[in-house]
Ligand binder design. Structure first.
Ligand SMILES: [Zn+2]
Length: 373
């Protein structure tokens, strides 16, 4: 997931998803134009906007504390957390692996909502202190909102639908009962999808009743939950099917490569029009120095085909586009997703020893899911 890198806490990179800027604006606007004016009609609109922006900013910090609590527990349990990407109403903590047992998952999942509850309690205490002082009405209003929003964050995240924290709790309990992570993920994701639909319907109901902004937020949150539930399941199924499979088991060994000095017109004539491949490893002597794909050839104007060589248009070899024969098939899939390349060379000691395609991975996935259904 792409994001703006902010800073590091506890050795974890905190990033901001770009959608956050839009959402930040929307939250500040709905606070300044609806939430605060209805509660504090005597304050000026400037005061409402100041409260709106501060409210959105402290909401962001509250979400950050929630996510950091998850990550802190995960780290203590021995999982590595590289990055937290914050967006809409939460974050995605990039754990490098799934939790190993249901107990670990339970601890990590419950930490976030508990920290939100704790924050709600702290903000509530402070609002009790400031509320008798009329000149602090702006701060009291803000504290009241922060109590409400942290309580909402705790409750929303405890909805028992994967990938929300409550869904992870459900998954952990079901996992403990059945011993199958895949089955537990399926059940928890299914619940997540239905809760998503329920929240969308609730949103429309509120819009019909006249609460446009509140209803609108529910629709957005429902859509987000539904798609996240689907994505989370797919990821687990894919990882499960490719688990333990090595690149060398899936790669094809009879590779056709091209010399780096070959001219583009010859490449098209002798390779693209004679073989069916769209990606070729480029060799200099015995060594692989890059790959050339149909996309790069198409970028060269036709009248330059006789002047240019493969070496001038190829993608030079780098870590992201090559695979190790002993590497995991899951890594191959991740590299394909990251680079957008459907065919990657398998390299050992500088030599191309095979090619692996997205098709190879998907075939295995189809076979395995068919057999295991
Ligand atoms: Zn959480």
């Amino acid at each position: 997931m792409k994001g703006l890198k902010l800073f590091r806490v506890l050795g974890i990179q905190i990033s901001l998803n770009y959608t956050w800027f839009i959402v930040f604006g929307l939250i500040a606007w709905s606070l300044a134009s609806a939430y605060f004016p209805s509660r504090y009609p005597d304050l000026s609109s400037i005061a409402h906007w100041v409260m709106g922006f501060l409210g959105a900013f402290f909401l962001f910090l509250s979400v950050l504390v929630h996510e950091l609590t998850h990550s802190y527990i995960a780290k203590k349990e021995g999982m590595e957390v590289k990055e937290i990407t914050l967006f809409i109403f939460g974050g995605v903590s990039q754990l490098t692996k799934e939790p190993e047992d249901s107990k670990m998952e339970l601890k990590v999942a419950l930490g976030g909502p508990l920290s939100s509850l704790a924050l709600a309690f702290i903000f509530w205490i402070f609002s009790r202190i400031t509320s008798p002082m009329p000149h602090l009405i702006l701060i009291t209003g803000l504290l009241g909102y922060l109590t409400f929003i942290n309580l909402s964050l705790a409750i929303f995240n405890l909805i028992p639908g994967f990938p929300l924290d409550g869904g992870r709790v459900l998954r952990a309990l079901y996992w403990r009962k059945t011993g199958s992570l895949k089955k537990a993920t399926q059940i928890a994701s299914e619940a997540g999808k239905w809760f998503g639909v329920g929240i969308i319907l609730l949103g429309f109901f509120w819009i019909l009743k006249g609460d446009l902004i509140g209803g609108f937020w529910f629709v957005i949150i429902g859509i987000f939950l539904r798609s996240a539930a689907e994505g989370g399941l797919q990821q687990v199924v894919m990882k499960g099917a490719l688990e333990g499979v090595k690149v060398r088991e899936l790669m094809s060994r009879n590779i056709i490569s091209v010399p780096s000095s070959l001219r583009i017109d010859r490449l098209v004539e002798d390779f693209y029009l004679t073989h069916t491949h769209i990606t070729y490893p480029v060799l200099e002597g015995e060594k692989i120095i890059g790959i050339v794909t149909l996309k790069q050839v198409k970028e060269v104007p036709r009248d330059q085909w006789i002047d240019k060589t493969v070496k001038e248009v190829m993608m030079p070899i780098r870590e992201e586009i090559i695979l190790d024969p002993d590497g995991e098939a899951v890594d191959a899939l991740q590299k394909m997703i990251r680079t957008g390349e459907g065919r990657l060379p398998v390299v050992r000691d500088g030599k191309a020893v095979g090619m692996i395609t997205r098709r190879d991975l998907l075939n295995l996935l189809e076979i395995k899911t068919d057999l295991l259904e």
